[in-house]
Design a binder for this molecule. Structure first.
Ligand code: NAP
Length: 262
């Protein structure tokens, strides 16, 4: 294990990372932050134009300090074929993936009584099955490498539930079960598996909320403000670092106090 001096807290120099949903919001912030800490980052999502912009942003940001590189991969986590081909392409390009951030996610809100089967299926497939399949596709080389960090982006809603989001909350609670079960399976190979559970974070996903919904959300946040994508990315970079090497099966709440759980 590398030394744990303070300057190394999030030093990811030479590490290879893959971030899903990296075209905007929290995923974009995670990709930038991991690259700033020195990692080479594979950015994956469906929107190739937006991915290219984030890659350019990373290249511009890291040019000065000579740290991480970035490359884009078109990925639809709702398609097993797409997952298989991207996993193969990333491994061919970089040789390994040491840090996997399962961040891609969608919402299809609606009350239970009115929720269409398709809205249930789409959310579960994208948010939960996608994370399972991509992790599985990358796990063998990670096991062989005997070092890995898997970080799943869950949600405060997976902890508390939310009216109008049975599909989304089930997917995010499912991610916590996936995280803890996997953590037990792979710990002996030096791989940690953790979840980050964001609260209300200002991103394109939450930009669709109206004033009334926003005010209701704010009223539940002891710190009295929304979180930023960077605040989630910092937590992810910490869990990816050597400093977090003894943390596994943990759910890190980054929610301004919205939920203070065990
Ligand atoms: P966002 O701005 O809507 O971004 C979602 C990302 O996921 C996009 O980059 C999107 O890229 C990608 N994505 C969606 N479907 C995909 C698919 N089928 N295949 C590949 N990529 C896909 O949302 P965000 O707020 O950054 O959320 C990121 C994660 O944090 C999600 O898992 C979300 O549930 C979770 N979260 C967010 C909040 C919040 O308050 N914002 C709170 C708790 C948890 P493309 O469209 O280019 O594919």
């Amino acid at each position: 294990m590398r030394g744990l001096e303070e300057k190394d807290m999030a030093n990811l120099q030479g590490r290879i990372a893959l971030v899903t949903g990296a075209s905007q919001g929290i995923g974009r912030a995670c990709a930038l932050e991991l690259a700033r800490a020195g990692a080479t980052v594979a950015l994956a999502a469906r929107n190739e134009a937006k991915l290219a912009e984030v890659v350019a942003e990373i290249e511009a940001a890291v040019k000065h300090n000579g740290s991480g590189q970035a490359a884009a991969f078109a990925l639809d986590v709702a398609s097993q074929d797409s997952i298989k081909s991207v996993a193969k392409a990333v491994l061919e390009r970089f040789g390994k993936v040491e840090i996997l951030v399962n961040n891609a996610g969608i919402t299809r809100d609606g009350l239970m009584m009115a929720m269409k089967r398709a809205d249930w299926d789409d959310v579960l497939e994208t948010n939960l099955t996608g994370a399972f399949l991509l992790t599985q596709a990358l796990l063998r080389p990670m096991l062989k490498n005997r070092w890995g960090r898997i970080i799943n982006i869950s949600s405060v809603v997976g902890r508390t539930g939310q009216a109008g989001q049975v599909n989304y909350a089930a997917s995010k609670a499912g991610m916590i079960g996936l995280t803890r079960s996997m953590a037990r399976e792979v710990a002996s190979r030096g791989i940690t598996v953790n979840a980050v559970a964001p609260g209300y974070i200002e991103t394109p996903m939450t930009a669709v909320l109206d004033e009334k919904q926003r005010a209701a959300m704010m009223a539940q946040i002891p710190l009295g403000r929304a979180g930023s994508d960077l605040e989630i990315a910092k937590a992810v970079a910490f869990l990816a670092s050597d400093a977090a090497g003894y943390i596994t099966g943990h759910v890190l709440d980054v929610n301004g106090g919205m939920f203070m759980g065990g």
